[in-house]
Design a protein around this ligand. Structure first.
Ligand SMILES: [Mg+2]
Length: 350
């Protein structure tokens, strides 16, 4: 098995601002896993919030030695090995997990959703993200988001109410809000959410800092719409302690180490009677198409990372009237279009 990687800066159409940071491009790493003439694609979109940078992704990928494994069908053993090289590094691990899954799908000649026995018709509609911005730009973005029936609005700033009023002047679409830990007290979060309920907001993601779990449990008793955990959950082991505090979880491949772990989390969350959102970072169609393969299993999809960029190097899952459209191509169902940047990455051959 040969593992190669290449960097790409995914360029954002608009400067992307959430409660804690702002950026114009996303430093991603594309991975190719080649074996027996078949190439599986993967992607890492590292987040500093979870301790990763492009450099940590490279360092981690360079530590991987797949020479002891026969082929990618040894998925469980390979991922166990990679998971134990070092803690953290979740997006780097995800890149390899996605590439292994893509390879397996291509080797057997069917899409992953079909391999897992899922129905492509059951994909949910994805929300479209409106980042924090001036009210003029927010109005422009909302008008441009006309094809998307669900908006996910970033809040967690002092003028949240102005943002929502600006949007509600234009549309009655479903609005979900994400505070990204931006409200720093339980009382502030309660007041904000009670007001948001009056604006017909469907759910709230991560109202308080992840360290304020007790306060979040208190908050849940004060409000009426679902609370979804994002920064409070990375992997399966985080899930049990969230029962009774949050109503659901936002699973992102880049946080959880990939499709294998995400599948475990989905079934565990169902057992705990919790709602499931499939989310994403700013990613190309590789990461988004990977997550979309699991989307027939979840309640909410927020898989728009590839729609927010202008230089997607791959073509894959489509969105029509908000609904995720899975194709019949094998594996992830993605095809390489072009890499915008020249290769600056490394190569690990084993
Ligand atoms: Mg979030």
């Amino acid at each position: 098995m040969k593992l190669k990687f290449q960097h790409i800066d995914l360029k954002l159409k608009y400067t992307f601002t959430i409660a804690r940071c702002s950026r114009d491009f996303e430093p991603c790493t594309m991975v190719e896993l080649e074996h027996d003439g078949i190439v599986g694609y993967g992607e890492a979109s590292p987040s500093e919030r979870y301790g990763e940078t492009r450099n940590t992704v490279i360092e981690f990928l360079n530590k991987i030695n797949l020479s002891r494994f026969k082929d990618p069908f040894q998925l469980e053993d390979i991922l166990y090995y990679i998971g134990n090289i070092e803690k953290g590094n979740t997006s780097a691990k995800t890149a390899v997990d996605i590439a292994l899954h893509d390879w397996i799908g291509k080797a057997v000649g069917i899409p992953l959703w079909k391999l897992w026995g899922l129905s492509a018709e059951k994909t949910p509609q994805t929300s479209f993200t409106i980042g924090i911005d001036s009210l003029d730009i927010i109005e422009k973005k909302v008008r441009e988001a006309e094809p998307y029936p669900i908006l996910k609005v970033k809040v967690g700033v002092p003028n949240d109410e102005d943002i929502i009023k600006t949007i509600r002047k234009i549309t009655n679409k479903v609005i979900r809000v994400d505070a990204n830990e931006g409200w720093k007290s339980k009382e502030l979060a309660r007041d904000k959410i009670l007001w948001l309920e009056e604006q017909n907001v469907e759910l709230v993601e991560q109202p308080l800092p992840s360290t304020m779990l007790d306060e979040t449990g208190w908050l849940r008793e004060q409000i009426h719409i679902p609370l979804i955990a994002d920064e409070n959950i990375t992997r399966l082991t985080d899930l049990p302690k969230l029962q009774g505090v949050f109503d659901g979880i936002n699973i992102k491949l880049m946080k959880c180490t990939g499709l294998r772990e995400a599948t475990r989390m989905i079934h565990t969350a169902k057992a705990l009677n919790m709602k499931i959102m499939l989310g994403c970072m700013i990613e190309s169609s590789v990461g988004i198409s990977a997550a979309a393969q699991l989307s027939p299993l979840v309640d909410y999809a927020d898989l728009d990372g590839n729609i927010l960029i202008t230089n997607d190097p791959f073509d894959g899952v489509k969105v029509i009237d908000g609904k995720l459209i899975l194709n019949d191509k094998p594996g992830l169902g993605v095809e390489k279009m072009s890499f915008v940047l020249p290769a600056t990455g490394g190569q690990v051959s084993h």
